[in-house]
Design a protein around this ligand. Sequence first.
Ligand code: AGP
Length: 606
Amino acid sequence: MCGIVGFTGRQSAAPVLLDGLKKLEYRGYDSAGIAVMDNGTISVNKVRGRIASLCEKTGDGASVPGFTGIGHTRWATHGAPTEENAHPHLSNDGRFAVVHNGIIENYIVLREELIRDGYRFQSETDTEVIVHLIEMYYAGNVRDALIKTANRLRGSYALGVICSEEPGKIYAVREASPLILGIGMDENFFASDVTALVNHTRNVVYLEDGEFAELSGNDIRIFDCSGREISKKVSRITWDVQAAEKGGYDHFMLKEIMEQPAAVRATVAPRIKDGKVDFEELAGLVPELPDVSKIVITACGSAYYAGCAGKYALERLCRIPVETQLASELRYSDPLIDSRTLLIVISQSGETADTIAALRECRARGAKTLAVVNVVGSSVASLADYTVYTRAGPEIAVATTKGYTTQIAVLYMLAVFFAERLGRLDDAPELVEELQALPRRIQQAIDMNPSVPALARKYHESRALFFIGRNTDYAVALEGALKMKEISYIHAEAYAAGELKHGTIALIEEHCPVIALCCNPSVMEKTLSNIVEVKSRGAEVLALPFRDNRRILSAADDLLFIPDADALFSPVIEIVPLQLLAYYVAKANGCDIDKPKNLAKSVTVE
Ligand code: AGP
């Protein structure tokens, strides 16, 4: 995933571009560059490394004249992170510059054709074929050249383009990668997401796949892939700039953990009307529910683990079989999906390549598709038949927290909503009260555990950690282990507690930390026996029970408390102390918490 920005107006472009790129650095940060037009010439500045290096090279943009430009921050996919491979890429004649987020799947064939036609390549990237195609097709009209170029491309692309023959104009093209236009006062923008725009404007237009935009300082024109001009709705960004900043916390991740009560409230509350769960956006799906023979949940990473947690509530309340399948597996599994399948696809960014591919595969097989996403206008949202937005607000930290908990909250609400519409719910009021109590209980789970930093100092030098649980607790163990791995770099393994004796218990040795989730009464005795098993082999057990569970209190070495709740909905609460534990362990180890090594916020490549 990469971040692109564009600006045209009456102020110096370079500082505006650099400011926008800083806000997008979480999307990829191994190289960066800007291209600015001045007096009919395009100047390009690129660096390997972070935006800070680009700011240093350009004097924070002061050394780059011009009022029109584009910029890019990169997460390498084709070609190593080098200055040559950094965007923007220039055409051979120097008249065009291009920035790109996405992947051109047919770039090898195009590259060979262009080289045969005499074009010289400066980089190893897939992107560079775009700028040479534009030069090749340009016959005096940039928009026409862009349309012809787009017709040759296969894959995903959000493009920003400038042409020295058209001073004061920037062009944007969207296909399967996010791209948003910002409308200012005598200035206009584009960016990969709104965090790069809110400092300048709150009025935005979400481009959709196959759309082209031509922006000048006082005008925005949008066209479809046939070149016909179209009109688009202007949306207003409601959250403030601070929402996308750290807000006084050391890291975005801690801020976003603490935002979870508010995020879950923003996700749940608007959908509770007259004591019932109501999804207006699903009105068209309700008549089809009785025909649904199975639900398949697909996603990647934490979004997949959110699906694992929500599965229990959907099955228990709707009495419909629910399968959870990793998107990267589902897309190649020749899945048994048909028109009686409801596919629930979960994605915070809405841009995860495997998730998009699995969604396309299931759509092609006739499934009804329902997206649970956080980013408005994202590719997953555009592709699904129905979309339910989580309302977590911008999530900047690479390791998701509020994105994950709001996803589970939506799944719980879907379970109640579907069951009620299917006439299979006889305790709706109690369940709705439980849903409305979730924000309060998440806050309690934060407040009840001031010992987390001390526990983190006890465990932060561990070689490995085991997370165990049964049923709904096992789903929490999966996400707890991932959080620990991806930000502290300590090996952590989630295990169904009942499986330990089938091999893994061989790894339990003196002082080996085992984190036991113990919030499901139906399997409590069994989990307790697993705690005893590992302790008898020398393990140190950190247990997470409901606060008044005396049996567990006496068996474990350390405790983190979970406020009493309906066990069916407790995973969205249990995960919070584990998020904090992973955060403080990573902090104790001096890790780059918001931008862990090798990771990006959204994996838009296979
Ligand atoms: C979560 O902490 C990870 N960064 C990762 O597993 C993430 O959940 C996964 O890549 C899916 O992303 P998405 O929700 O944006 O599709």
